[in-house]
Design a protein around this ligand. Structure first.
Ligand code: NAP
Length: 545
């Protein structure tokens, strides 16, 4: 491994034998790396995971068609050149089972599971102000005391189950893409309704159409989707990728999205109409989310963005044979890329099948569910199953669902009642020695989350080690630094079109959630520089005592 071996124990005198230095919540990509990184620094760690194994989002999202839309060679740990060489990805965009196998391989390779307690939910995390330690309460009734807490509970893990009229009466299966059963789910011969046409629904629906008797797509808002152009790696191609892994990673770390592709160098109207069309076609041919970076002003200039909208609308019209169905699929209520872009395999094509029916819920809403039907305004459909591809209480949901209490018993959920506040997206005033990975105010969902997780865990690891070296015990974000960070994040977001969509980025998918642009939009390299500056400047904005 590239990481140094354990350093001398850094345990503080306040801890009993069964206490630990760090409690880590969640064993997805971030929590797994936190176990490895912090343990390698000589810290005693315990990680708690609700699932029965590692994986996080990739443990739960087992729906047919689930894949990552970041290329597999990039959506993987960068910290170990050995693991990079030992593991071989088979496809450009890995499927959920393959990503989970990779995570299990890493867990075996680094012997992570010995410090992870599975099938256990962390229900509470309370600060004991006397000794300034944290006490984590588990669903198994255990109380675990630690000096530090790392919340790696996931930005897209708290599932959103909308309140649907009459759903209690429905006697068929109700499945959520984000909490899919572990046993195989058969759809042959069944009529299946799907609510939700975000990334999950768009991946699921074509797969479902292959096996189900009929698929009823209940669409509230059409989304922009780009063809994945997935392919299997041939051995020579994979060997080339592996041989150049260090260069590829270096490029990824320097790019805003944490992927090794150069930013666009042309603005939309710096080229004539034919050339613009040619460039759009070229990027469409490459496939995947890179299409959002076809021109440098797509996300900041409405006229430029409208060109991308026009191009994708034309593609949808050219793919879907029935013009009325095509029209229902055209996203019109938000600029291109301001909701998380979807990446698909044969999504628009699926609407050419007779056994796939598209319903526009804005014109024909759900009135209620019956025991074996969904009643729309236009009439009832008999259905056997309902799939909710309705997403997540993103970025904050997994954090506010835990009873996190800091100084004076203050509850994190209450502190964030009118919008989350943090310093660097990792620390919260009043919650000393508690760190969040991929929290609000960090790049998280706007970048390659394996790299964002690695970066933040590194920073947290260095911070704890630095405190211990200097004989310090407590690090806490100051209220001023937190406020300034919030203002900084808002200011960065104001320059973009992202605020124009009712997206989960702003919490609009959850009734009553305050409207705040949740991630840091300045890009991964700038964010990393800001974190490094804070550390080098004696942890500017933190009270270290
Ligand atoms: P999502 O993007 O939030 O989409 C949820 C869908 O459900 C939307 O179409 C939404 O409609 C609809 N919906 C929610 N509540 C509804 C209601 N009460 N009635 C009717 N429709 C309702 O969730 P997601 O598809 O699970 O994706 C979430 C994020 O996870 C993605 O954006 C992505 O970041 C990540 N993800 C990534 C991948 C990948 O790597 N390929 C795959 C899956 C997910 P509205 O738009 O009208 O709200």
């Amino acid at each position: 491994m590239s990481r140094p071996g354990p350093s001398p124990s850094l345990a503080a005198e306040n801890l009993a034998d069964d206490d630990v230095d760090v409690v880590i919540v969640g064993a997805g990509f971030a929590g797994m790396y936190a176990v490895h990184r912090l343990r390698s620094a000589g810290l005693r760690v315990r990680c708690f995971e609700a699932g029965s194994d590692v994986g996080g989002t990739w443990y739960w999202n087992r729906y047919p068609g689930a894949r990552c839309d970041v290329e597999s060679v990039d959506y993987s740990y960068s910290f170990s050149p050995e693991i990079e060489q030992e593991w071989s990805w088979t496809e450009r965009y890995a499927t959920q089972p393959e990503i989970l196998r990779y995570q299990q391989f890493v867990a075996d390779r680094l012997d992570l599971r010995r410090d992870i307690t599975f099938n256990t939910v962390i229900e509470s995390v309370h600060l004991d102000e006397d000794g300034l330690t944290w006490v984590a309460g588990t669903s198994g009734g255990e109380r675990v005391r630690a000096r530090f807490v790392v919340l790696a509970s996931g930005a897209l893990s708290a599932v959103n189950r909308p309140d649907l009229p009459g759903l209690d009466e429905f006697r068929g299966r109700v499945l959520h893409t984000g909490a899919w059963p572990h046993e195989p789910v058969e759809f042959a011969g069944r009529v299946v309704a799907v609510i939700g046409t975000g990334s999950s629904g768009i991946q699921l629906i074509p797969q479902l159409a292959e096996t189900a008797k009929r698929v009823l797509v209940l669409q509230r808002t059409p989304n922009f989707s780009i063809p994945a152009r997935n392919y299997r790696y041939d051995p020579e191609q994979l060997a080339r990728l592996k041989a150049n892994y260090r260069e590829r990673r270096a490029l990824a770390w320097r790019s805003a999205a944490g992927t090794p592709f150069p930013p666009p160098d042309k603005s939309t109207f710096s080229v004539d109409d034919d050339e613009r069309q040619r460039i759009f076609e070229e990027k469409w041919g490459v496939g995947g989310a890179r299409f959002t970076r076809t021109f440098l002003d797509l996300m900041t200039d409405e006229r430029a963005n409208a060109e991308a909208v026009r191009f994708v609308h034309d593609k949808i019209r050219a793919t879907v044979r029935d013009p009325q169905v095509a029209d229902k699929l055209l996203p019109r209520d938000h600029p291109f890329g301001t909701k998380r872009i979807c990446v698909d395999i044969d999504y628009y094509e699926v609407f050419n099948r007779d056994d796939v029916v598209l319903v526009n819920l804005r014109e024909d809403p759900i009135e209620r569910f019956g025991p074996a039907s969904v009643q729309l305004r236009s009439g009832a459909f008999e259905i056997d199953d309902l799939v909710l591809a309705t997403g997540y209480d993103a970025v904050t949901g997994a954090l506010t669902r835990i009873d996190v209490r800091g100084r004076h018993g203050r509850l994190l959920r209450d502190e964030w009642a009118s919008g989350p506040q943090s310093y660097l997206g990792m620390a919260v005033t009043g919650f000393p020695n508690l760190f969040i990975v991929n929290g609000p105010g960090s790049p998280s969902v706007l970048a390659n989350m394996v790299l964002t997780s690695e970066h933040q865990v590194e920073w947290i690891g260095e911070t704890i080690a630095g405190l211990d070296r200097r004989g310090k015990h407590v690090i806490e974000a100051t209220a001023q630094a937190q406020q300034e960070w919030g203002e900084h994040c808002s200011k960065l977001a104001e320059g973009s079109l992202m605020l124009k969509a009712n997206s989960w980025y702003v919490g609009a998918n959850i009734p009553g959630k305050p409207r705040v642009f949740l991630p840091y939009i300045g890009g991964l390299p700038r964010y990393m520089d800001e974190c490094a500056d804070v550390a080098q400047d004696s942890y500017r904005g933190f009270a270290v005592t």
